[in-house]
Design a protein around this ligand. Structure first.
Ligand code: SAM
Length: 247
């Protein structure tokens, strides 16, 4: 059955009004009619069978049966801090991270990012990333939406992550000579969240690495070759998800 995502705030009893993007998809792209059976997701692991009641710019569906299909429960959560990438590269990263099961993505602005924080914080970007997350969830049948935060500066990024023993904080740095990912880092039962940071195209400045290390972040190598920023992110996310048992 076709799947759509709804915002739980737009629920009124057994009826839900879908977003403009989901409504467009139903009405103009798929040309579904009232009475068609669909599944709708609340983005938090809840899945409903439902029936389309009205089509048009604001599609209304009636919720029928509910089931919990959470894909986040009991697993190590991966939080990615990503130095803002240029152009469409950030869009690709949002999509791939959703497919790979990242729980939360915080874009950050660092010394070598191109563009000012105000340019980069545009509302339209947040809305586009939300649409990408929804489309990727539907495509890969993920039921919990990846959270995408508004961009923050690098100092906020490194200080906002818990320093407790259940959180592993890793910063991927091409100049790290020794420390690599390994299975013992993520022994079951010891870690509930892994937060990883990856720099933008120009990398992270030495002063940023020093500040992160000073507050307890571990620098990690992905090998001797310097990877393009988006390759490094895809590799780091895949490896951490594998070590965490999430792939
Ligand atoms: N500063 C570098 C330069 O311009 O030569 C390259 C930065 S690299 C393109 C972008 C990001 O990818 C880095 O900030 C880092 O997080 C990650 N990265 C790339 N290669 C890496 C490696 N071999 N080990 C760890 N991280 C790597």
């Amino acid at each position: 059955m076709r799947r759509f995502v709804f915002d739980p705030e737009r629920r009124d009893g057994e009826k839900v009004i879908l977003s403009a993007a989901e409504s467009y998809h139903i009405t103009k792209v798929l040309r579904l009619h009232p009475g068609t059976g669909v599944e709708v997701l609340d983005g938090r692991g809840g899945v409903y069978t439902a029936e389309i009641v009205e089509v048009g710019p604001s599609v209304v569906v009636r919720l029928l049966e509910f089931r919990e299909e959470g894909d986040d429960a009991g697993r190590v959560r991966l939080w990615l801090g990503q130095g803002l990438l240029k152009g469409g590269k950030m869009d690709g990263t949002v999509q791939q991270c959703t497919e790979l099961g990242v729980s939360r993505l915080t874009p950050f602005v660092s010394n070598r990012c191109q563009g000012s924080i105000n340019d980069l914080r545009g509302r339209h970007k947040a809305e586009r990333w939300e649409r990408i997350v929804v489309a990727a969830c539907k495509q890969c049948r993920r039921t919990t939406l990846m959270r995408v935060d508004a961009p923050v500066d690098f100092t906020t990024m490194i200080s906002q992550v818990d320093h407790d023993s259940g959180t592993l904080r890793l910063i991927f740095w091409e100049e790290e000579q020794e420390f690599r990912l390994h299975q013992d880092l993520l022994r079951p039962g010891t870690i509930d969240t892994v937060c990883i940071l990856l720099g933008p195209e120009g990398g992270l400045a030495p002063a940023e690495i020093a500040a992160a290390r000073e507050s307890g972040w571990q620098t990690v190598s992905l090998g001797r070759r310097i990877l393009r920023a988006e390759t490094a992110t895809l590799t780091a996310v895949s490896l951490v998800q594998y070590l965490a048992g999430n792939l």
